[in-house]
Design a protein around this ligand. Structure first.
Ligand SMILES: Cc1ncc(COP(=O)(O)O)c(C=O)c1O
Length: 333
C-alpha cells in the first residue's frame, strides 16, 4: 500500500508505542491484552485525530486553503486537534460545536477541549442539539468563500477517505510492530464513532491480508448494524482509493453497540469502572466519551468469555483524556 501517493504533512509522533498491559491481563485472567498508544500522537496532547489530520492538512495545504472549517460535539477532541494543526500551518480554524450532550453544567462549555480550542485561537460557535451540522458547515464554507477566503472543510471526526488514510497508516505501523515483536495479534478493539478510525484500520488490515479482526465498540450509534454499514461504506471507498483488489468483505466489519448506554457523552457504570481500572492498575488515563466506552466493552466481552485465553488483543487507545475535566464531578463528589 503506497500512501506516499497522497498529500501529507508529517507532525504526528509516530510510531506510537505498542505495550503490554500485564496488570489488566492478570486481573481479568487472560486473554493477553496490549495497548496501542494513539493517545500519544503528540499534537496538543495527542489522540486519534492527529493521524487523520496529517492527510487532511496535507490536502488542505496542497489546495491552497487558508481556513479550516469543521464540526464536533462541544468537548470534541477532533476540534481541539484540528485547531492546533491549523496553528502549526498558519491556517484559521472555524468550528461549529453541537450541543448534543444533555444536562451538562456550565464548565462543560469552557474546560478541557474547549479551553484548548480557545488557546489555539479557533473560532468556536455553539449550536443547539438537533441542528443539521453538515448544512451549517456548508453555509459557513460559503460565507468564508464569499468574503474572499479559501475554506477547507473537514467533516466531523475527520472521517472521509482522506482522513481514513491516517488509520490505514496506523494499520501498517501496527503490523510492522507485530512482526518485529513476533506478536500474533488476533483482535484490535477500540471505540468507534464517526467511523474513520475503524474504516482506515479495516481497509489497511484487510488490504494487507492480516487476518486480524477489528472490533469497534460504538460510542454513539445504538444500532450495531448501522455502524457496521457506515464503516463498511467508508472502508470500501478508502480501499478503492488505495487500489485494494477485491474490495472489503462486509462480513469483516464488526461493531458492538451494547456499551453505548443512554447515549453519546453519557458514561455508564462500565465506562467509569474502565477509567478506574486502567488508572489504578496500568497508570493510564482513558476518557469518558470514547476510549473508556471501548474499554468497558472489551472488559465485559473478556468477562463473558467472548475471547479465547490464548488470544492476543490490542486495545487502540484513541486519546481524549482532556475531556475528563468536563466530567470531574464523578471523582470529586
Ligand atoms: C478520543 C476518541 N476516540 C475515538 C473516537 C472515534 O473515532 P472515529 O470518529 O474515527 O470513529 C474519537 C472521535 O471523535 C475520539 O475523539
Amino acid at each position: 500500500m503506497h500512501l506516499a501517493r497522497f498529500p501529507r504533512q508529517h507532525f504526528a509522533h509516530l510510531p506510537t508505542p505498542l505495550e503490554p498491559m500485564p496488570n489488566l491481563t492478570k486481573l481479568l485472567g487472560g486473554p493477553t491484552l496490549y495497548i496501542k498508544r494513539d493517545d500519544c500522537t503528540g499534537l496538543a496532547t495527542g489522540g486519534n485525530k492527529t493521524r487523520k489530520l496529517e492527510f487532511l492538512i496535507g490536502d488542505a495545504v496542497a489546495n491552497g486553503a487558508d481556513t479550516l472549517v469543521t464540526t464536533g460535539a462541544v468537548q470534541s477532541n477532533h476540534v481541539r486537534q484540528t485547531a492546533a494543526a491549523a496553528c502549526r500551518f498558519g491556517l484559521a480554524c472555524e468550528a461549529l460545536l453541537d450541543r448534543r450532550v444533555p444536562d451538562r453544567d456550565a464548565r462543560y462549555e469552557t474546560t478541557g477541549n474547549v479551553l484548548f480550542g480557545r488557546m489555539f485561537g479557533a473560532t468556536l460557535d455553539y449550536l443547539p442539539a438537533g441542528t443539521d451540522m453538515d448544512a451549517a458547515c456548508a453555509e459557513r464554507v460559503e460565507a468564508i468563500r464569499s468574503r474572499g477566503g479559501k475554506p477547507y472543510y473537514i467533516p466531523g471526526g475527520g472521517s472521509n477517505t482522506i482522513g481514513a488514510l491516517g488509520y490505514v497508516n496506523a494499520a501498517l505501523e501496527l503490523l510492522q510492530q507485530a512482526n518485529d515483536q513476533s506478536l500474533r495479534i488476533d483482535y484490535v478493539v477500540h471505540g468507534t464513532g464517526s467511523a474513520g478510525t475503524q474504516s482506515g484500520l479495516v481497509a489497511g488490515l484487510e488490504g494487507a491480508n492480516s487476518g486480524i479482526d477489528v472490533l469497534g465498540m460504538c460510542v454513539r450509534q445504538k444500532d450495531a448494524k448501522l455502524q457496521e454499514a457506515a464503516v463498511h461504506r467508508l472502508a470500501s471507498a478508502t480501499a478503492e482509493k488505495l487500489g485494494v483488489k477485491g474490495g472489503i468483505d462486509a462480513g469483516r466489519v464488526m461493531a458492538n453497540a451494547d456499551y453505548v448506554g443512554d447515549g453519546y457523552g453519557l458514561p455508564t457504570e462500565g465506562t467509569i469502572e474502565a477509567i478506574d481500572l486502567l488508572a489504578r492498575h496500568e497508570g493510564i488515563l482513558l476518557d469518558p466519551v470514547y476510549s473508556a466506552k471501548g474499554m468497558a466493552g472489551l472488559i465485559d466481552q473478556v468477562r463473558k468469555g467472548h475471547f479465547s485465553k490464548t488470544d492476543n488483543i490490542v486495545f487502540l487507545h484513541t486519546g481524549g483524556a482532556l475531556a475528563l475535566f468536563a466530567y470531574e464531578e464523578r471523582w470529586t463528589r
